[in-house]
Write a protein that binds this ligand. Structure first.
Ligand code: MRU
Length: 366
């Protein structure tokens, strides 16, 4: 597919979509903001590479991409496998490969499990169903996963806007916008809603070393929307807060434990500690699909470690001495006690998170 100009995109850009030929397309987020290019991830193995190398990234978006990929893989399997139990076994094995691509973002496992559950449900409800009919049904369910995200993004964002006073100055980290979520965004969605409600927010955007999602993606989305934004290096956060320039911090999440401990992009924990010290509210915005119902607390959250070249190099050039080693955990965990509220589609959850999250989860899509 040919590239297009940035202004053709704008608010609500979908990072994952099915084109007119029924192929799975991704906006190649590695190339933004210089160019808007598309990556064809119709083949299952190409999707594995796309998620691993962050062509598509952001917890909800990789969940949506994985949902489509598994449904399309079901269609391929159905052409060669008519035995339903064998078909399901192979589908589960492929789902496990998807889950392994990025271990921290639970939305990925959530979407894979949902598609597998729907396949089991279809087989249970109709003993005569064929593998082709199951695959057709799974394509509809994958689209529902995306529709669900688009809808809950907007609900939680409108709920979160209550935390913005007129002209509030928000600090955000990484990218939790349309590109990361398929829709309005989560943390960036809340900022968008505040803007749409006429509250005129201003945003400080952490550049987000080492992959620069803030500098490349959040700055791009905010520019498209005409929301005033200023790029800062992570190391400037303390100075900004001490100077009284930050009214609130808001970020997305990759996995939330049942006690509220939250994994998000590396550097989020630093911001939460600084915000506590400066008595600035610290908010997490995320759909309930980011809550891991199986995890009591953040200790069990698997932290993805990525290749050291991401730290050693910038724009394909080394930034350090020959032979240097680097440490590259992609996420950290912010303890619940540093979080002022967790903004979800079921409302803004407050401490005691054990209670408020358990209550909200009763309404979550399963
Ligand atoms: O490594 P990434 O770019 O996939 O990390 C993304 C983040 O940490 C986001 O803040 C998180 O997924 C929330 S997106 C709504």
């Amino acid at each position: 597919m040919s590239s297009t100009v940035l202004t053709d995109l704008g608010l609500g850009t979908l990072p994952v979509f099915i084109d007119e030929n029924g192929r799975i397309q991704l906006i190649d987020q590695r190339k933004l903001p210089e160019t808007v290019e598309y990556f064809d991830a119709t083949l299952f193995d190409d999707m594995l590479v796309a998620i691993e190398t962050m062509v598509v990234r952001g917890a909800p978006s990789i969940g949506v991409a994985a949902g489509f990929s598994l449904a399309w893989e079901a269609a391929r399997l159905a052409q060669v496998e008519t035995d339903k139990n064998a078909f399901l076994k192979q589908l589960i094995a492929q789902g496990d490969k998807l889950k392994a691509t990025r271990p921290t973002a639970v939305n990925l496992a959530w979407a894979v499990d949902l598609i597998i559950d729907r396949a089991k449900m279809a087989m249970g409800n109709n003993p005569d169903i064929t593998t082709t009919q199951i695959a057709d049904y799974l394509k509809i369910e994958a689209q529902q996963v995306m529709n669900h995200h688009i809808s809950v993004n907007r609900s939680l964002s409108d709920i979160g806007a209550q935390f913005f006073k007129k002209n509030a100055r928000a600090l955000t980290h990484c990218n939790a916008g349309s590109l990361a979520t398929c829709g309005w965004g989560t943390a960036l969605g809340v900022i968008r809603s505040a803007h749409a409600f006429g509250l005129e927010p201003e945003v400080y955007v952490d550049e987000t070393r080492p992959r620069h999602q803030g500098a490349r993606l959040t700055m791009w989305e905010l520019k498209e929307d005409g929301i005033p934004s200023t790029l800062v290096c992570e190391s400037m956060a303390g100075h900004l807060m001490a100077d009284g320039k930050v009214d609130l911090v808001i970020t997305g999440a990759d996995r939330i434990a049942m006690n509220g401990d939250t994994a998000n992009k590396i550097g989020t924990y630093n911001l939460a500690v600084l915000a506590k010290y400066h008595k600035i509210p610290f908010y997490i915005a995320a759909p309930l699909s980011t809550v891991d119902a199986a995890l009591k607390n953040g200790k069990g959250i698997p932290i993805e470690h990525r290749h050291e070249s991401e730290v050693l190099m910038m724009s394909d050039r080394t930034i350090t001495v020959d032979g240097a080693r680097a440490y590259n955990p992609a996420f950290d965990v912010t303890p619940a006690k540093l979080i002022t509220a967790i903004i979800t589609e079921a409302g803004a959850l407050r401490p005691d998170y054990k209670k408020s999250i358990a209550e909200a989860m009763k309404t979550a899509l399963k």
